[in-house]
Design a protein around this ligand. Sequence first.
Ligand code: CA
Length: 225
Amino acid sequence: MKLLLVEDDIALADALAMSLRSESYAVDCVTTGAQALSALSCNDIDMLILDLGLPDMDGLEVLVKVRHQKNAIPVLILTARDGMSDKITGLDLGADDYLPKPFDMPELFARLRVMERRLGTANSALITAGNVSMDTAAHDVRVDNIQIDLSRREFMLLKALMENLGRIQSKHQLESKLYEWGDEVASNTVEVHVHNLRKKLPTDFIKTIRGVGYSINSHSTAQTA
Ligand code: CA
């Protein structure tokens, strides 16, 4: 899951990005409205966290432009403004959620998980496919109810697939959810993570659709390879 964080308070942005990465999100950070619009037009961003007080334009203006482009990306507004009218305006202009500063990180994470669920096919933090279960809130993955250890990227990749049961995710889609601007990404990186994940999951759990991408085979309940 790739987030775009639009926040001109660098210290806050850095702290937020660090916390979000520890929750297994890929995070791209920008500090102005113009950068946000340019990032949204040329990158695969899944969700937007938008501060309202930006140096070049009001965050609400960014939101209006995004919705004018028929971009339905989930948007969470983050702001020090506590006026009820700003909140109502933001929601009316097409924001999905609104969190006044200061806020607790667990609350931000929970709200992001709600927005995420609207994007995919999962309807709770607990996703089950065959004999594999994933608790996206607790970062807990089990096969036959036995916890398995995944690296951060393996978790991110499996989460992207499990949140979209019945849908094929292309290699490019998966790559963009795992990596941020400036990350060195080898051309076979998704294949390598899939290869490593397959060793920890039931045989045939991750299906390869040649030339298209990957999906979860939720009928696969065989033993781990
Ligand atoms: Ca600000």
